[in-house]
Design a protein around this ligand. Structure first.
Ligand SMILES: Cc1cc2nc3c(=O)[nH]c(=O)nc-3n(C[C@H](O)[C@H](O)[C@H](O)COP(=O)(O)OP(=O)(O)OC[C@H]3O[C@@H](n4cnc5c(N)ncnc54)[C@H](O)[C@@H]3O)c2cc1C
Length: 764
């Protein structure tokens, strides 16, 4: 028993902790920064004021995690972010393809607590900062109400990933709130004050069918008159969760200090909306529905943005400007909302896409005036317009990873964040990020420690891509469809497809390419042809183009018809080859052609994107000359996803257990092998609500074996679903030959591999 005598006051329990890096905020930016830094060897403290990780992605708020794939609604092919966020999304899709938000929580927590270098403080809010000098943070104080403990957390480096930027704000970092004027950065899409300069908060609700009628009595504070919401007719009994993102409010208020006020208004709206659905008599289908969950913590979109040495701006996104210090990338549209939110007469958002993904420079990821403060998440150094794109969570996570790795390098080199902009450090930072799965557009991995770079490669087979069997369903040509085919210099496409016509008609065919070699927007038409089709089935249509490609890139063979035509598809699927549909994804675009108003600095172009599985089959075809672009050498080219080429070794369809062999002239000591598989970087893997048809990606090898020259099995995995396999051998081996044997995903999908790397040490 504890007894105590009365006294005037008592002190809280105080715990002083120190580490290499303190990260404030456990949203996806902070969480991915913490895991990356901890894996890179730093002692990290991650402080999160709520009971679980994920911020807006957690079960408390329930937003689906999105990024450059843009819901599969623009032309950013194979654009899902790499590294830790990829690992999280792939794992979530594997374990939780139904999109249960609680499972997302478990995965994030599991990833964090599995890191021995990471100290996780949940339910612990940072509220005070101590500085060593005007430009340096020394420590922060945080309080956990659950264990009534005060923490003092000291470190040489800090990262603010708190969304509102509590640490940067208190420590005196330069920041902004509200929109920049058009003139400051020459941003033509800068909003007017009338449209609004801040995005508001939102609260979601989930419903459940109880199987019998349920009544609903709204609380007194619920909105009584639904017509106060100009778009009230759009509510229906089916949509819930993040589909109702436009229940938004607060863009005219102080989105930091008025948050509680905004929350009450959002509750008023949510319960008013539910009252309308349950009690207006307009939705008999809602009779058995009950409210299963209503958010209690509003999802915050925007508040402070901090200033780094560079501010990302509209032109960086639209023109996809290159930066020597690129460490991450974005690809969501520039997505601004009217400040009046749900009470606005205007559409809930104004989204403008770029023709491809854009690099994010490292100079946006640290404070310009505090020497030891990194920025991660939505608060990075970006203008209001650029923030409209960089704010989505997979992008926040990707920049968080760059920060985590940068912090590790800073500690190793004993330098402060700004010093990493020096060329030699930047090359190291980019290399380390690429080694851990980060994708940086235009920056291939050059890794001198990788023994595979010195090996001679052979493969049991290399796909000579000559056909996609006509064994799939017929595809009606209501919209334009295209096959996205990789080509190299000297290729002239000559192919046959199979069509069926309900009446005599014309099939229009176009050969297109993208104006930028690494984009997938078919904005350059190279050739046009027309074929007359007679009424009837199974008509072979030969399409021979004159155009000869002069570099490695993707070609678009586009087909247009009048609705009478159906094309035969194939059940065969293949890494780096896709069928695309010219259509709008209403979740992120208003029409199949982006048509911005004049003078907002945004391009007009067409959207062509794949359909989600289980549909989205390739168009069956036969090539007169096979495309030999899937050779074993691709695993050494430093790019671990399709870009302007598939960048994968792909075996023949017929091989169930193909083998790639690495041979060295002298015996090598190998302690660690890394493999990169195809987990479909085109798949956005929305984390909640939506659900997905499969947990394991169809292009991912089922398993693998590593064997030495004597045929001894060094490592084996029968259940591969992740993108990266990091194999630390139980004992290093000395060998002249390493065989990597893959188990083909399925009879209709050949085995593929993006990367093999071998190291002499377990921790290179
Ligand atoms: C309604 C809505 C819809 C959106 N739609 C999407 C979408 O569909 N997909 C998408 O990817 N993005 C979407 N976004 C954007 C995205 O959710 C945010 O931009 C993103 O969550 C920002 O990530 P973050 O890590 O910076 O911040 P957050 O996710 O907010 O995480 C910050 C964390 O820091 C914690 N924190 C704050 N203060 C402290 C403190 N003092 N001490 C310790 N911890 C603290 C917070 O509790 C929080 O968990 C949407 C946003 C909103 C609000």
């Amino acid at each position: 028993m504890i007894t105590s005598s009365p006294t005037e006051r008592r002190e809280l329990a105080l715990l002083r902790l120190s580490s290499d890096l303190v990260i404030v905020g456990g949203g996806l930016g902070g969480t991915c920064a913490a895991i990356t830094a901890a894996r890179a060897g730093l002692k990290v403290i991650l402080v999160q004021d709520r009971p679980v990780l994920g911020g807006n992605a957690s079960s408390e708020v329930r937003l689906w995690i999105l990024g450059a794939t843009s819901h599969m609604g623009n032309n950013n092919r194979w654009a899902r972010e790499g590294g830790v966020i990829d690992e999280i999304l792939v794992e979530n899709t594997f374990r939780n393809r139904e999109g249960n938000p609680h499972v997302v929580d478990t995965i994030l927590l599991e990833k964090a607590v599995n890191e021995p270098n990471l100290t996780l403080l949940l339910n612990t809010a940072v509220f005070e900062v101590a500085k060593r000098d005007a430009n340096t943070i020394q420590s922060v104080r945080a309080f956990c109400s659950q264990n009534s403990t005060l923490y003092e957390l000291a470190a040489p480096l800090f990262c603010d990933a708190s969304g509102d930027g509590i640490l940067g704000f208190m420590a005196g970092a330069a920041f902004r709130m509200g929109a920049e004027a058009r003139e400051e950065f020459g941003e033509k899409f800068a909003p007017t004050a009338e449209y609004g300069e801040l995005l508001g908060h939102s609260l979601y609700f989930y419903t459940k069918d109880t199987g019998r009628p349920v009544t609903f009595t709204p609380p007194d504070y619920a909105l009584k008159d639904i017509t106060q919401i100009p778009r009230w007719r759009e509510f229906n009994a089916k949509e819930q969760g993040c589909k109702l993102w436009w229940i938004e409010h607060g863009g005219r208020l102080d989105t930091v200090h008025d948050t509680e006020k905004i929350k009450w208004e959002l509750w008023r709206v949510v319960y008013g909306v539910w009252n309308h659905i349950k009690n207006s008599g307009q939705f008999p289908e809602a009779a058995n529905l009950t409210l299963e969950w209503v958010g209690t913590i509003p999802g915050k979109r925007e508040s402070r943005r901090f200033e780094g040495d560079y501010m990302l701006r509209q032109q960086d996104i639209v023109e996809q400007r290159a930066h020597p210090d690129a460490v991450a990338f974005g690809g969501w549209s520039i997505d601004l909302h009217p400040a009046d939110g749900v009470f606005s007469e205007k559409p809930g958002c104004n989204q403008w896409h770029a023709k491809g993904v854009y690099p994010i420079p490292y100079r946006c990821l640290y404070s310009r005036n505090l020497t030891n403060l990194f920025l991660a998440g939505r608060i990075i150094s970006a203008t209001h317009v650029a923030f409209g794109s960089s704010r989505v969570m997979a992008t926040c996570a990707h920049v968080g990873q760059a920060v985590g790795m940068a912090a590790a390098l800073c500690r190793q080199q004993d330098v402060l964040p700004r010093a990493l902009t020096e060329k030699v450090h930047m090359a190291t930072l980019q290399r380390r990020l690429l080694q851990t799965g980060q994708h940086i557009p235009g920056v291939p991995l050059r890794d001198d420690a990788d023994l595979a770079q010195w090996a001679t490669l052979t493969a049991s087979s290399e796909l000579q891509f000559s056909s996609l069997k006509p064994d799939g369903p017929l595809l009606a040509l209501h919209d334009g469809w295209a096959m996205l085919l990789p080509v190299t210099a000297g290729v002239q496409l000559d192919l046959t497809i199979w069509a069926e016509a309900a009446a005599e008609t014309e099939l229009r065919i176009e050969l297109r390419q993208s104006s930028r070699v690494d984009n997938h927007t078919p904005d350059v038409t190279l050739e046009k042809q027309v074929r007359r089709l007679a009424r009837g089935e199974g008509q072979a249509v030969q399409v021979k183009f004159e155009h000869c490609f002069d570099e490695a890139r993707y070609a678009f063979v586009c087909f247009f018809g009048d609705g009478h035509i159906r094309l035969r598809t194939s059940e065969q699927r293949l890494t780096g080859v896709l069928a695309l549909c010219h259509a709008a994804n209403p979740a992120v675009a208003k029409s199949a052609v982006q048509t911005p108003p004049a003078d907002i600095g945004v391009d007009t172009f067409e959207f062509w994107q794949p359909k989600r599985r289980p549909v989205g089959q390739n168009i069956a075809l036969k090539l007169a000359r096979p495309l030999a672009l899937f050779g074993a050498g691709n695993v050494l080219n430093g790019i671990a996803r399709p870009t302007n080429q598939p960048n994968a070794w792909v075996a023949d369809f017929s091989e169930a257990r193909p083998v790639i062999t690495l041979r060295w002239t002298t015996p090598q000591v190998i302690a660690r092998v890394e493999l990169m598989f195809d987990t479909d970087f085109d798949h956005p893997m929305e984390s909640v609500l939506m659900g997905h048809p499969e947990g394991r990606m169809p292009f991912c090898a089922r398993g693998y074996r590593l064997l030495d020259e004597g045929g001894r099995v060094l490592a084996e995995c029968c259940e591969q679903h992740q993108t990266r396999a990091v194999i630390v051998l139980s004992q290093a081996v000395m060998t002249r030959t390493l065989l990597v044997e893959l188990e083909r995903p399925a009879a209709n999908v050949p085995a593929a591999l993006f990367e093999v790397r071998c190291y002499t040490t377990a921790n290179p």
